[in-house]
Ligand binder design. Structure first.
Ligand code: SAH
Ligand code: SF4
Ligand code: F3S
Length: 471
């Protein structure tokens, strides 16, 4: 990992730095890219205070859990994981008699003091609005052995004002908004991430320019609903202005996540056909194909509107790869509602669909709706949906057979170290044999052209075109 310091860094409490000398730390991250990005900031802060990053909990004096509560499974697992920390022996040579454990992210924000009460081995709890306080809280625990919690109601600063340690040198996540104002009735995110706030365009562009100048190849703009960027800035600048400005930095690849269909304008759609750096891939969560359920979800669009968006996207950019999220078993979903979802997914034919079984989240409006539908019925709907999703994912990938695609190399395949793994413009995983004389490590973050001769459901493979390695 390499530490990247923002020009306006040090807006966190660094006065406690000596507490981190000779300390090793690891960060375990769950949930969405927003959390992954926050984890990069946590790593950046702790490294700049002298602590050393390690991968495994066994080797760490200090463990930070960055948590997610969007569905129940991850939520309940976290309590067990933190409780089991007491069974992991301390690393030999540690300067401390106890491993310090911290919980942050969305469960930290939601549960605060409750976590300390339930988990005697937990030392620090922080939330989504005060990443910058983490060093101060950890230092107190390290120096005094005290247990510390701090949760704020809303953010005082963008996490982007903190140093970062990016997972990959060639790719950067760049938050342009934090929070969410949409209040989909099933979703906990607005309650744990607060109201939507747009980051000033000048800051976004300055950070993007630093990345482009430093040789970063791909920027992914982040927000719960990036399409509504600027609404809190009196409607100007808007999301298209961000896209245009980042394209002008010279960055090779630009992506963004997540989009809300109700805010995807014609202007944004047109950029897929015209903006040099914007990759032909879009994640556009539909959640359901039933108008009745979409209304109950408070999604504020219809299946007809969604289909119209897809048609416009494919007209603007015929090769565009679409992906989506679907929730099966929203309270009150009937077989007819599910059939509408199934038909829509079958009709659109996505490259990828993330399917979720509805999970009741206390405090959300949908949690109050009773639903007698047995779990087996919902599971059966889910399984049927997965089948049609896989059929289309396979079919969509067949289109690339025989084509040459430009691949941004990420590393080697997990299954076979002789194969390189990378991403196509459409965000497909691509494998190819590493050409003789090339070192997989040295070509990470570079481009290669690959001629595709095999197309599977979840990846493409082929052979590298000789002499195609480029920046
Ligand atoms: N802001 C993004 C991401 C939200 S969370 C968006 O609006 O798309 C990612 C996905 O988790 C959602 O798109 C939704 O499909 C799923 N999700 C959210 N709450 C859920 C719940 N209570 N049960 C099941 N899936 C849920
Ligand atoms: Fe949740 Fe809806 Fe906001 Fe996405 S847009 S984070 S699903 S409330
Ligand atoms: Fe999970 Fe929080 Fe993201 S609840 S999905 S980590 S915003």
């Amino acid at each position: 990992m390499s530490t990247f310091h923002c020009a306006q860094s040090a807006s966190f409490d660094g006065s406690t730095s000596s507490a981190f000398n000779n300390i090793t730390f690891c960060v375990k991250t769950f949930g969405c890219q927003m959390n992954k990005h926050d984890s990069e900031r946590v790593c950046g802060m702790l490294e700049s205070l002298g602590a050393q990053w390690v991968e495994e909990i066994e080797d760490a004096d200090l463990v930070v859990f960055m948590t997610c509560c969007v569905r129940e499974a991850a939520d309940t697992r976290l309590y067990g994981q933190v409780a089991s920390m007491k069974n992991i022996p301390l690393r030999p040579g540690t300067p401390h008699s106890k491993r310090i454990v911290a919980v942050g992210g969305c469960i930290g924000q939601r549960d605060g003091q409750k976590l300390l009460d339930a988990l005697p081995h937990l030392d620090v709890v922080f939330g989504t609005h005060n990443l910058g306080s983490l060093p101060k809280l950890l230092a107190k625990s390290l120096e005094e052995g005290s247990r510390n919690v701090e949760i704020l109601e809303s953010s005082e600063q963008f996490p982007t004002e903190l140093p970062t340690d990016r997972e990959h040198e060639w790719a950067a996540w760049l938050p342009i908004t934090i929070g969410c104002n949409n209040f989909c009735t099933y979703c906990i995110v607005p309650f744990v991430r607060g109201r939507e706030k747009s980051r000033p365009l000048e800051d976004i562009v300055a950070e993007a320019q630093r990345y482009a100048d430093a040789g970063v190849k791909e920027i992914t703009l982040l927000g719960q609903n990036v399409n509504s960027y600027g609404r809190d800035l009196y409607g100007h600048p808007r999301f298209v202005d961000v896209l245009d400005a980042i394209d002008a930095t010279g960055i090779k690849r630009l992506r963004f996540a997540t989009s809300h269909p109700k805010d995807l304008t014609d202007e944004i759609i047109r950029r897929f056909g015209t903006l040099r750096s914007l990759m032909p891939a879009l994640h556009l969560p539909v959640q359901s194909g039933s108008n009745r359920i979409l209304e109950a979800m408070n999604r504020r669009y219809t299946r007809e509107h969604y289909k119209e968006l897809v048609a416009k996207l494919r007209e603007a950019c015929p090769e565009i790869a679409l992906s989506t999220d679907v929730i099966v078993g929203f309270p009150g979903e009937t077989e007819g509602d599910f059939q509408d979802t199934y038909d829509l997914i079958d009709e659109i034919g996505y490259h990828q669909v993330f399917t979720f079984i509805y999970s009741k989240r206390e405090g959300t409006p949908a949690a109050k709706i009773d639903d007698p539908t047995p779990h087996e019925v919902i599971q059966n709907r889910f399984d049927r949906l997965v089948d049609v999703v896989q059929k289309h994912a396979w079919e969509r990938n067949q289109v690339d057979l025989g084509k040459t695609v430009e691949v941004l190399v990420e590393g080697t395949s997990k299954r076979d170290a002789r194969l390189l793994a990378g991403r196509s413009p459409k965000n497909q995983t691509v494998h190819a044999l590493i050409p003789a004389g090339l070192d997989a490590k040295l070509i990470q973050g570079k481009f290669l052209n690959v001629s595709i001769d095999e197309a599977k459901t979840w990846y493409l493979s082929g052979s590298v075109i000789e002499g195609s390695l480029h920046d």
